[in-house]
Design a protein around this ligand. Structure first.
Ligand code: RB5
Length: 150
């Protein structure tokens, strides 16, 4: 099983949750867990106020340039950073507050970026959401036809 290459980024509203998710994902065991990751952290690196479009840009550009196959982006609500991410070509970013929606955005939307709300979602909830996202697979078929229209 190969490891997913993941780019992660956040603004100050998502900083604490990003730190927790980075530790969680880096603790995955490639021999015993259902998936493992190689993760590159694009910041921010503390709680000083920053602008979420800058972090969405850094993560999305490395995906479209082929450096990382998936992204995780976090701001306070997840809304601003998902809007910013979806302005980048070839990015399909899904804002998820539950494991169910995280699985569905992979299965139906072939999302390549998972967005989270750092002030809305606890670390424990986020771990379940991240696991659902990275263990679900795109179903293709009628969903591909719809993606082709985006
Ligand atoms: C920053 O205070 C906050 O506005 C931002 O993290 C995000 O929630 C925007 O959508």
């Amino acid at each position: 099983m190969s490891a997913f290459k993941i780019a992660i980024g956040c603004d100050h509203g998502g900083y604490e949750l990003k730190q927790a998710i980075v530790l969680y994902l880096r603790s995955k065991d490639p021999f015993t867990d259902k998936y493992s990751v190689v993760i590159k952290d694009f910041g921010c690196y503390d709680t000083a106020s920053v602008d979420y479009p800058d972090y969405a840009k850094a993560v999305c550009e490395t995906i479209t340039e082929g450096g990382n196959e998936f992204g995780i982006l976090i701001c306070g609500t997840g809304i601003g950073i998902s809007i910013a991410a979806n302005r980048h070509i070839h990015i399909r970013a899904g804002l998820c507050y539950t494991p169910e929606t995280a699985a569905l955005t992979r299965q139906h939307n072939n999302a390549n970026v998972l967005c989270l709300g750092g002030r809305q979602t606890t670390a424990e909830q986020a771990y379940a959401i991240v696991d659902a996202f990275f263990t679900a697979q795109f179903e293709g078929g009628r969903h591909q036809k719809r993606l082709d229209k985006l």
